[in-house]
Design a protein around this ligand. Structure first.
Ligand SMILES: Cc1cc2nc3c(=O)[nH]c(=O)nc-3n(C[C@H](O)[C@H](O)[C@H](O)COP(=O)(O)OP(=O)(O)OC[C@H]3O[C@@H](n4cnc5c(N)ncnc54)[C@H](O)[C@@H]3O)c2cc1C
Length: 287
């Protein structure tokens, strides 16, 4: 059964550790409860927002005047082996650390690059998360969605994904199937740890943040441009351009969402004035 809490501080659910309150909030444990929560929000005539682990997200300081539905307790995952291939089916709320831990234990390759991305599978698919030359849609075979009151299975070929965009706006991701490959435990673990080492060396993981703020492409590497313009260390309120990685903004203490948005704005303006490049934020804002 879905239980709604009221006035839940969103800073407890977002990796940036800031933002206002959700008018209503619930944590669902499975697909049925997720759909029930959406129906409940509609019955209450409230908008709703599906939240993963909040690692790519800001909530306005004024809060969210609707129902926030957290998927992080949806933890079903199953694996089926076909010779060298392994098919993994998992709920939207399963986090990438848990998936990676299981894949290492069972010696299954494919997602090592994602070890250290702190989100859920649903969030990763919605964002088409990627790193070190890979992205999640390379491995997705289908996504089960809830759309216009119906559950539907979308094969990868029918999904219009692109860089950091899963092409599923307006659709609720329930679960997904991924095709991976058998390997040796040691090989998988070693690869995962080498990616994690790179993250620890290059990312400001000791402060609340939400990963890269701006999208990159083959031509534009935002962190390099921001660094060249001398913007590392620039502070607005409690928000600071990381000195360790210029593509990250960190919350150095009591940052408001407005501080972070003002800093994003400032960076965009400085970069545009100097280069005529319009940096596009990767981070989402709850609306
Ligand atoms: C330290 C750090 C490092 C990071 N490194 C990377 C990286 O290397 N590569 C990368 O791509 N990202 C990275 N990120 C960003 C982030 O972790 C990913 O985008 C992640 O996939 C987001 O997942 P989430 O569960 O936190 O989604 P959330 O932040 O909760 O949500 C993001 C968006 O997805 C939507 N969403 C979530 N679940 C569902 C669902 N079930 N159905 C429909 N919509 C849904 C939300 O509504 C929201 O619009 C990093 C973040 C941090 C903090």
């Amino acid at each position: 059964m879905v239980v709604l809490k009221s006035y839940e501080p969103m800073k407890n659910h977002l990796s940036f550790a800031c933002g206002g309150y959700a008018k209503f909030f619930c944590e669902v444990k499975n697909i049925n409860e997720l759909i029930e929560a959406i129906k409940l929000a509609k019955k209450l005539r409230r908008k709703f927002f599906v939240l993963g682990k909040g690692t790519n997200l800001l909530c306005p300081d004024e809060g969210y005047n609707g129902v926030v539905i957290s998927t992080r307790k949806m933890q079903n995952i199953s694996l089926t082996k076909y010779n060298e291939k392994v098919f993994v089916e998992a709920d939207a709320g399963v986090d990438l650390f848990k998936i990676n831990k299981l894949l290492a234990e069972l010696g299954i390759s494919g997602l090592e690059w994602s070890y250290g991305i702190p989100g859920t599978l649903g969030g990763a698919i919605f964002m088409n998360a990627g790193a070190y030359g890979h992205e999640i849609f390379e491995f997705v075979s289908y996504v089960d969605i809830y759309y216009r009151g119906k559950i539907k299975r979308l094969k990868k070929e029918k999904i219009n994904f692109s860089y950091r965009n899963g092409g599923l706006n307006g659709k609720i991701i329930l679960s997904a199937g991924l095709m991976l490959t058998s390997n040796k435990f040691e090989a998988v673990k070693e690869k995962q740890l080498s990616f994690m080492k790179k993250r620890i060396e290059t990312q400001p993981l000791n402060y609340p943040n939400a990963g890269s703020i701006f999208k990159r492409n083959e031509k534009i590497i935002p962190a390099q441009i921001i660094d060249k313009l001398g913007l590392k260390g620039v502070i607005i309120g409690g928000a600071k351009v990381s000195e360790k990685h210029a593509g990250f903004i960190v919350n150095i203490g009591n940052a408001t969402t407005k501080n972070i948005l003002d800093l994003i704005d400032l960076i965009q303006k400085k970069v545009y004035d100097a280069t005529k490049i319009k940096l596009e934020p990767e981070i989402k804002i709850m609306k």
